[in-house]
Write a protein that binds this ligand. Structure first.
Ligand code: OGA
Ligand code: MN
Length: 295
């Protein structure tokens, strides 16, 4: 049928409700597995830029639906830990503390143990990531989000002027061996994997490509040093910025509900897995959207 004769996709009825928190909103009534027309998509896109993290409630959807919805925002990343891809869906990374029959981990168990922005260790980090709840623990397992626009705006003018021209190195390997020592199931990286994750140099302050707002862009997980500063000075400045960037005034704590799909903007936020007691099972599916080179 010629496109002009196809019935237009009807709008879905859904609400966008801001959280009583520094960032974030929930989307109630939308079904991401049903067709989403351009005007609905524009509402969602706008809400994502305004609130930085959106919680789509009650998404009883399949991996294919998550992948298709994620793709509307851009091409997807395939994570370097191929061991943890969902079978048949290489775009989905399993984030889980569950072990298989032989005691082997079924997914990345300690994703997000330190504050970070996804894939900041690549020269083109992620635009945003989506996590879909599959299995939730009865306690713990929260995810925290810190608004890095607010963090930037709250810096003193002196500190703003000092950090604005700086760049910093981000490395996937920075905490890898430390995490592997705590979580021996973390695979030893092959040389090929190591070659894929060469450190990247990023601006300490980035400008959001869609909103033009500035954001702090350093993280405890991946940022190793400020380029051009002596190590001690770099360590002291990074420690100051890390502590500042995650103050409670900038943070939303997400308490997962069944079937939540959470979509955050890695250009605006850092996030942290608050931790799950070892004996409780937690499993989420992650899709990761590719982004631009930070400027
Ligand atoms: C991630 C991540 C946090 C969490 O998947 O990128 O950081 O709470 N997850 O699982
Ligand atoms: Mn993450």
């Amino acid at each position: 049928m010629p496109a002009a004769l196809q019935a237009p996709v009807p709008s879905q009825t859904f609400e966008i409700r801001r959280f009583d928190a520094p960032v974030g909103a929930e989307i109630v009534g939308l079904d991401i597995s049903r067709p989403i027309n351009d005007s609905d998509f524009a509402r969602i896109h706008r809400a994502h830029l305004d609130h930085h993290v959106l919680v789509f409630r009650d998404q009883r959807v399949q991996p294919n639906d998550q992948v298709a919805f994620s793709r509307r925002f851009g091409p997807l990343e395939i994570h370097v830990l191929h061991q943890f891809q969902l079978k048949g869906h290489p775009e989905i990374l399993i984030v889980s503390n569950i072990r298989g029959e032989n005691g082997e981990p079924i997914g990345l168990g300690d994703a997000g143990a330190y504050w970070h922005s996804d894939i900041s260790y690549k020269s083109e980090p992620s635009l945003g990531s989506l996590l879909h709840a599959q299995e939730l623990p009865s306690e713990g397992g929260d995810t925290l989000f810190a608004d890095q626009h607010l963090a930037w705006e709250a810096l003193s003018p002196q500190l703003q002027a000092r950090v604005l021209p700086l760049t910093a190195e981000h490395s996937y390997l920075a905490k890898y061996e430390e995490l592997r020592a705590k979580n021996p199931w973390r695979p030893k990286l092959s040389q090929e994997q190591i070659d894929q994750v060469k450190p990247a140099v990023q601006p300490v302050v980035r400008t959001h490509p869609e909103t033009g707002r500035k954001a702090l862009f350093v993280s405890e997980h991946f940022t190793t040093r400020i380029v051009g500063l002596p190590q001690a000075e770099s360590d002291a400045l990074l420690a100051e910025l890390f502590a500042h960037s995650v103050k409670p005034d900038f943070v939303y704590r997400h308490r997962w509900q069944p079937h939540d799909l959470v979509f955050w903007d890695n250009r605006s936020l850092m996030h942290l897995a608050a931790g799950t007691p070892d004996h409780l099972r937690r499993k989420l599916y992650r899709t990761t959207i590719k982004g631009d080179r930070p400027r």
